[in-house]
Design a protein around this ligand. Sequence first.
Ligand SMILES: Nc1ncnc2c1ncn2[C@@H]1O[C@H](COP(=O)(O)OP(=O)(O)OP(=O)(O)O)[C@@H](O)[C@H]1O
Length: 362
Amino acid sequence: MDIPLSGPKHKLFGGKTVVFGGDFRQTLPVISDSGREQTVDGSITRSSLWPFFKVLKLSRNMRLNDSQDNRNLVGCGMNFGEWILALGDGRLPTKSFMANTPSDWIEIPQILLIYAGKNPIESITNDIYDTFEEQHMSTDYLSGRAIVTPTNAVVTEVNDFMLHKIPGHCRCYYSSDSMQLDTEVPQLFAETYPTEFLNALQFNGVPDHEIRLKVHTPIMLLRNLSPPNGLCNGTRILITKLGENIIVGNIMGGSFDTEEVVIPRIVLNIEDKRWPFILKRRQFPVRLCYGMAINKSQGQTLDKVGVYLPKPVFSHGQLYVAASRVRSANGLRFLIENEEDIPANYTRNIVYSEAFTDIAPG
Ligand SMILES: Nc1ncnc2c1ncn2[C@@H]1O[C@H](COP(=O)(O)OP(=O)(O)OP(=O)(O)O)[C@@H](O)[C@H]1O
């Protein structure tokens, strides 16, 4: 916390009461190239201020509705709400499938599974985006559903698959990429890192060099453009017009639901310790959002979620975040693809229990 707060200097936050909200079962701050210990260490519970916090625990899941399918048992003698909590806490029975591999595989209840068939992406999108042909332009329909998956590469596959289903002309927008150097040898760098190389770079949370869009497709903003007007990182928008230099659309969901907004190209500065330069990419800060990365879905509430796991999750809290986006068990489906010797109703549930045990200082 480096927000300056006026008030007595000897008191925490200048004597102001500051409320922090969170759920340590969810994904933790991403620290690149870090292991379990560093990731947990980056959490607020490891801050020197943590002993001064007073922890209040919420007891009711307000997202879940009171439907019959939430009250029914989903497995292990638990109803849906209890199952989600047990999954997040790491209390579900686990097993290991191969020697020397983690023993954190859990069974997904049969009622929540769909099967891969010949084309897994087609299977899961047909299930989650049922009645797509009739409703693909409806903001209510689109804003209530998503396919979530651990990696951005698979997100792109899902989005490309859905884009093909939309009738109409596809418009391509290409970024203009350049390097910002803190060195005196730009010529050398220009030869080592030509524009084609810069164009090929992909980063989490950064639009690609090439973006393909159609009118009536949903996109997600990747940067805060104007929070007072609802244009925040994560805002979803249904495109109504694809101009040369602007994209026009209507916000889907939230307090700015249906508001018309205009998105310009912006310059994104991207630093990555793999490269000795700052990449400056001028592009629309958007990405199609039929599919989204599990980490990006954190915070969303949806009616139908397809959790697509062509590979298991790779980090703490991802499976819990994916499973807890919905209002009811009926809205949640998993499609799991495992190596041959592991049944398709098992997947990894990574829980760093030290991230939330013994967190109550006050
Ligand atoms: N007081 C309330 N009364 C009725 N519904 C509520 C209330 N609080 C939250 N909800 C419902 O629960 C959903 C989740 O709320 P919210 O996004 O504020 O929770 P959150 O703790 O940030 O969730 P998460 O961290 O899991 O994304 C909301 O979409 C809303 O439907």
